[in-house]
Design a protein around this ligand. Structure first.
Ligand SMILES: [Fe+2]
Length: 214
């Protein structure tokens, strides 16, 4: 049976009516699906200011009847995310998480750099990926790494990296228009919340469907 991975990004929860409505609408839609996802990936910018109350809201919203894997973005605060959302002791190290489902593993790699908008894959995170890949024998069979899931771009997109698909989830709150679509190329919150559904088949082929939340 194929695995269904729902993927959302950039909720930017800030306690306002608009972000609450967009996030609630999105998780309600995920709850109403004919088939529950095997996993929901939330790829960053969960909170807008990294504040404890924003993670309190996130924890309530993401209390779902299926597994949820979160990864921070540049708006998140590692320590507050850890304590408020993951129930872990607060620390400032990379929030690297993983989910092992039936027939698939998703490694969430924290590329955020505290206090900066850009990011990079740090040594600690890369070492963790190497250890996990070794452990699950994926390095020897490297083609089994079927793709890279990302957020932060505020627009659904597909690209390639080292011959693998890079699949970017559209934003829930922050959305972006491209220069060829409108004069306000960087306008945010003008598009409906979006979700990427990644379907991983038994033969390891990966198909992604981008949807706007109705
Ligand atoms: Fe963002």
């Amino acid at each position: 049976m194929s695995a269904l991975i729902a993927h959302i990004s950039d909720l930017h929860l800030d306690g306002t009516e608009e972000t609450t409505r967009r996030a609630t609408r999105t998780v309600d839609h995920l709850r109403s699906l004919h088939r529950s996802p095997d996993l929901l990936v939330v790829s960053g910018d969960i909170a807008d200011h990294g504040a404890p109350e924003e993670y309190e809201q996130a924890a309530a919203l993401l209390d779902l009847p299926f597994p949820v894997l979160v990864c921070p973005g540049n708006h998140d605060d590692r320590a507050t995310l850890r304590s408020g959302l993951l129930g872990q002791d607060p620390s400032d190290g990379p929030v690297d998480t993983e989910h092992r489902g039936t027939g698939f593993t998703v490694l969430a790699c924290d590329t955020s750099i505290p206090g900066r908008d850009d990011g990079h894959l740090g040594t600690e995170t890369l070492e963790r990926v190497r250890r996990t890949l070794d452990e699950v024998a994926l390095l020897e069979e490297y083609p089994r790494v079927v793709g890279v899931l990302a957020g932060h771009a505020h627009t659904g997109a597909a690209a390639t990296l080292a011959g693998r698909p890079v699949l970017v989830a559209p934003g829930v709150t922050s959305t972006l228009s491209m220069p060829w679509e409108t004069e306000e190329a960087r306008a945010v919150r003008t598009r409906p919340p979006g979700i990427a559904f990644h379907v991983l088949a038994e033969d390891a082929s990966l198909t992604t469907h981008f949807r706007s939340v109705p």
